[in-house]
Design a protein around this ligand. Structure first.
Ligand code: ADP
Length: 488
């Protein structure tokens, strides 16, 4: 099939979270299956700064939105680890900024232009997609554009659309006054009337209404977002489209995240020989300036430090646990000042137990996944989550809240049966998290002898599971075939 995959971030070029990981791994996997996949993303400043072997393929394109003429050029590079071409829309006035997302008041224009440019690139390259795959609100205008501004072009006659919701918490909801600057000013009748009457225009909603199929990143999240409490205002629209709404669990890049080959680690390891994991723990703890002891469990966190991730619970629970039990904690993450300050203060209060790195670092992320014994991920909600899967693969037992993709990948460990790969709490409150940490510490026990064997059984359950893209990609192919039958 011909697939146009459009995303605001692609790992290897620009990434803030799981969206970027998926937007690299899925096109790579589709390409390996023989599909002609083309990826389109913006040329952010950070992308342009590096030498990705760019080649200019379109000298000048332009789009006029609400009386504003935006001129851009297009460069091509290859998605690492594949033959898949990535097309970068270069427009410095919109994308040449230090951060990927911003609060400059023109986010609607930045991503409307991305959608328009993506379809214009198809026209210029004579690439007729069977499927246009949009991701999150930033590219959710693609389905409606195919029914409005691009409806005249016969080359899109057979084009069908898929929208993947990676996080319904971000919707691109703007004042309705932005409508002309999306290029939909003349097609207002296609935009949801109630929204406009309320003075709002919601990018994600137009995608939900007009995509031929909608996917989200885990089966549990697909159910959750149809409930009013978790659908963040869009549940009713999703319920109406439930026949074409599918939950497909994200995979992980098993080449990038493999403890037996990981280039970031001081020592590699596998289930058959976990000595390297102990060396990673030693390295993690000592380079963080903490004293090392084999029997002391090290908890790890790698995360955006935001409300969604449940760190308000940690604020209530961790000081008590640290004081009482002597566990150690290694945290990597940036985000809301409240959470950054909490972990900084925690490191000052427990200088022998807690280390906090306020940074975004692939290397440290790998070191924590490998060096920690337990991975803490108490997300309030989690569409899929990748870190818990990395943890399982690295023999690092995750503690998770039973929500979204965490519920689909982590099962509670029962020491009697030896089943389960982590620790799962149902009630999102202090008691729930405290209970799960207690369960993890009980399973850890003394960290020696027979207790160690029990822990090893838990690690094995995680390390032997498969989370690769090979299985996931066929689920996407099924959705593509459903919307575009007879193709591919
Ligand atoms: P989300 O997309 O909500 O941030 P996911 O678990 O789906 O959550 O994906 C997060 C991705 O971002 C993972 O690959 C994780 O390792 C990475 N990540 C998050 N924070 C950091 C950080 N501070 N340094 C390095 N990688 C990070």
């Amino acid at each position: 099939m011909n697939v146009l995959f459009v995303s605001s971030e692609v790992a290897g070029f620009a990434k803030t979270g799981g969206l970027g990981d998926v937007s690299a791994a899925l096109p790579r996997a589709l390409g390996a299956r023989g599909h002609d996949v083309r990826v389109v993303m913006p040329m952010y400043a950070r992308v342009e700064e590096k030498d990705h072997g760019f080649e200019r393929v379109i000298r000048e394109g332009d789009v006029e939105l609400g009386g504003v003429r935006v001129v851009y050029s297009v460069f091509r590079a290859t998605l690492p680890g594949s033959q898949v071409p990535v097309y970068f829309v270069r427009c410095p006035s919109l994308y040449g900024r230090p951060s990927i997302y911003g609060q400059d008041g023109d986010e609607h224009l930045r991503f409307a232009v991305l959608c328009w440019a993506a379809l214009q690139i198809c026209q210029r390259l004579r690439f007729s997609p069977d499927v246009v795959h949009a991701n999150d609100w930033q590219t959710a205008l693609l389905p409606i554009l195919l029914k409005s501004g691009f409806a005249w072009d016969r080359m899109f006659d057979r084009t069908r659309t898929v929208l993947t919701i990676h996080n319904i918490g971000h919707q691109g909801s703007f004042d309705a006054g932005v409508l002309p600057q999306t290029g939909l000013g003349g097609s207002a009748h296609l935009v949801h009337g109630d929204q406009l009457r309320e003075g709002r225009f919601n990018f994600l909603l137009t995608g939900i209404l007009y995509a031929n199929a909608i996917t989200t990143v885990s089966p549990t999240y697909a159910r959750e977002i149809q409930h009013d409490e978790q659908g963040v205002g869009l549940a009713a629209f999703l319920r109406e489209r439930r026949e074409v709404l599918f939950g497909i669990l994200n995979g992980i890049d098993e080449g990038e995240w493999d403890p037996s080959t990981d280039r970031y680690l001081p020592a590699t390891y596998s289930l058959a020989d976990l000595a390297g994991k102990e060396a990673c723990k030693h390295n993690l703890v000592t380079t963080a300036g903490l004293p090392y002891a084999r029997h002391v469990p090290v908890f790890g966190v790698v995360s955006r430090l935001v409300w969604q991730k449940g760190f308000d619970l940690c604020q209530k629970v961790l000081p008590r646990v640290l004081a009482k039990t002597g566990i150690q904690l290694a945290v990597l993450g940036t985000g809301e000042p409240e959470h950054e300050q909490f972990f900084s203060a925690l490191a000052r209060r427990f200088p022998k137990q807690v280390a906090y790195r306020r940074a975004f670092s692939e290397e440290v992320a790998h070191l924590i996944e490998a060096g920690a014994d337990v991975f803490l991920m108490p997300s309030r909600y989690e569409p899929c989550g990748l870190n818990q899967m990395y943890s399982l693969r690295y023999g690092t037992a995750p503690i998770v809240h039973k929500t979204g993709g965490l519920a689909d990948t982590v099962s509670h460990f029962d020491p009697r049966t030896g089943r389960g790969n982590g620790f799962v709490f149902e009630h999102f409150d202090e008691g729930g998290l405290g209970w799960a940490i207690g369960q993890a510490l009980a399973a850890w026990g003394s960290g020696r002898g027979k207790d160690r064997e029990r822990w090893h059984a838990l690690q094995k359950n995680g390390m032997t599971a498969s989370f690769g893209w090979a299985e996931r990609v066929t689920a996407y192919e099924q959705v593509y075939r459903l919307v575009a039958p007879g193709r591919g």
